[in-house]
Ligand binder design. Structure first.
Ligand SMILES: [Zn+2]
Ligand SMILES: [Zn+2]
Length: 128
């Protein structure tokens, strides 16, 4: 619990150009991790392990998608640079206690979302 709290408190969400371009290329791409702007050392820097980059449209997503995407990206941050998509979701489940689900919506195909109970878990962690 303590560790989880520490981790969430450190995470910063930033807008970035690459996230913007990715989202233009593919609607369901709203976020990425392990990007440290101005540096090609994006795997190693401590700071990059605490940043989730998002496109501007992320801000306007319904809460269930927002929290689903954040949980997934936090899973990436914990699992590490080389972890694949499934590992990110499993890691999020183990570390945060939320189950990331996928649906086709007007906001993107196969987009992450959380159910109501899991949204509450995320909100409690983010507001602590
Ligand atoms: Zn970025
Ligand atoms: Zn991912």
């Amino acid at each position: 619990m303590q560790l989880k709290k520490l981790l969430i408190m450190k995470i910063k969400i930033k807008h970035c150009k690459i996230a913007e371009e990715d989202h233009k290329d593919c609607k369901r791409w709203y976020a990425h991790t392990f990007h440290y702007q101005g540096s090609d050392n994006h795997q190693g820097s401590v700071e990059s392990r605490e940043i989730i980059c998002v496109a501007k449209d992320f801000d306007n997503l319904p809460i269930e998608h927002k929290m689903g995407i954040l949980a997934h990206e936090i899973g990436h941050l914990i699992a590490g640079y080389e972890a694949d998509e499934i590992t990110a979701d499993i890691t999020a489940k183990n570390a945060l206690g939320v189950r990331i689900r996928y649906m086709n919506s007007e906001y993107g195909r196969n987009l992450q979302f959380l159910n109501k109970a899991d949204i509450k878990i995320m909100q409690a962690m983010l507001n602590e």
